[in-house]
Design a protein. Structure first.
Length: 213
């Protein structure tokens, strides 16, 4: 029931967060999602203190031979933050435990690490994530980079161009390159891209949305 509720929210909600942050400020909540042909993901977490967040997530994933729904309780922790005069870098650890259902079912776990660097004009991210359950191995490795078209004030919308290269073991679409337009305004961002735009057989849209409240 919980997994179905989150998938319904994913399809219905328009999510109003910083480009790289995986949690908000103290006593804030964050809602993050990804929607594509082979993967639908929704995560909601709460930060009781600076550098720590707890939440729930659900992932629908279409693999090469099976389709699965994974629902987890998760934790996000900030390992290290580097503050610089014109930017910030972060090292994160995330993990989730829960249950997989669908063509394969059972106990699931999904640890990951992420490094990101961001200024008001440049953005970079590298991430490795394991998604495991009985007969399920969706391990993902991705890098992402981008730049803003111009600087804005905090109250204005800032447009960014970003490109992500991602590979996921055993997915229906294993290798993905997605150029996207990202719009950031205070506590939200909206990102729309086209995966493998040069390939008519694998070309698909992707939507990422994020809200901090």
């Amino acid at each position: 029931m919980l997994a179905r509720l989150f998938l319904a929210l994913l399809l219905l909600v328009t999510l109003p967060a910083q480009a790289a942050a995986l949690m908000g400020f103290k006593d804030s909540a964050m809602l993050m999602s990804e929607f594509s042909v082979d993967k639908k993901e929704l995560m909601l977490n709460y930060s009781p203190s600076v550098g720590h967040a707890f939440g729930v997530e659900t992932m629908w994933m279409r693999g090469e031979k099976q389709t699965n729904l994974i629902t987890n309780i998760n934790y996000t922790g900030l390992i290290k933050r580097w503050n610089m005069p014109s930017g910030q870098a972060n090292l994160w650890f995330m993990t989730g435990i829960g249950e997989a259902s669908g063509d394969s079912s059972g106990f699931s776990y999904s640890p990951s690490v992420q490094f990101d660097y961001e200024t008001t004009r440049v953005y970079f991210l590298a991430k490795a994530r394991m998604v495991r359950a009985p007969h399920i191995q969706y391990d993902t490795y991705s890098v992402q980079g981008g730049f803003s078209f111009y600087e804005t004030s905090f109250e204005e919308t800032q447009p960014w161009f970003v490109v992500e290269a991602r590979t996921t073991e055993n997915m229906a679409m294993r290798n993905e390159v997605t150029p996207a337009l990202r719009l950031i305004n205070q506590n939200y961002f909206l990102e729309f891209g086209i995966t493998n735009p040069w390939d008519s057989e694998s070309r698909t849209p992707r939507l990422n949305l994020m809200l901090t409240f």
